[in-house]
Ligand binder design. Sequence first.
Ligand SMILES: Nc1ncnc2c1ncn2[C@@H]1O[C@H](COP(=O)(O)OP(=O)(O)OP(=O)(O)O)[C@@H](O)[C@H]1O
Ligand SMILES: [Mg+2]
Length: 224
Amino acid sequence: MEDAVKKISTGASGLDTLLGGGIEPRMITQFFGEAGSGKSTLCMTAAVSVLRKGLGVVYIDSEGFSIERFSQIAGASTEECAKHLYVFEPATFAEQGLMISESEQLIKSGTAGLIVLDSATALYRVEQMDTKDALSMLSRQMMVLLGIAKRYDIPVLITNQVFMDIDHHRLSGLGGTALSHISKAIIRVEKHEGFRRAVVSKHRSRPEGMSWEFVLTGTGVRDR
Ligand SMILES: Nc1ncnc2c1ncn2[C@@H]1O[C@H](COP(=O)(O)OP(=O)(O)OP(=O)(O)O)[C@@H](O)[C@H]1O
Ligand SMILES: [Mg+2]
């Protein structure tokens, strides 16, 4: 039976397989993992894959968008891809919320194929706000994102940072249950010596623990 939902390719077939065909529209997909694990590279690869189809991408980058890495990944199509790439660079967590809301105008007036928020929690982590306030702000931002995804039938890709969860002796994603509940597909990205591993942490139709091993390269990613 043909899949009823039109999924969006991440540009890496191994990752698409892990996600059951790609990133699903109308919901939030989350990549979480330690620094340098490859989260941003995977987001850019997905963005380039969407841009190459002639669709627009809203890219909210709280860590400063790397034009250099983008052109490495987009290669010869960099100029073409950049035409429909809308980069937002929030400097504060509140600004991140504003930019998420503002992006709707852009999406409404064009043909967007993807929204990326890389990272959802970097500014959340930096700002020394009362934790409860920060968490509810984060939840509100995610609700707005999800609303846009549903209204315009597009996927949302977010990244999340990790902390050492002492109770469970493992690295866990920031943002608590609010962020893990609202993300319907969650991929953990692990950093290993010389390679990376993406593991299904939560998915509605894929087995937990399923993984794909890959290598970060000068042009993005490749299978290990
Ligand atoms: N041109 C390149 N060739 C090979 N590897 C590269 C290249 N550029 C970056 N990398 C690798 O990618 C890693 C960074 O990946 P990326 O920025 O996607 O990680 P991240 O998970 O987003 O990290 P952070 O949490 O710090 O944002 C670097 O540590 C390096 O190993
Ligand atoms: Mg990053």
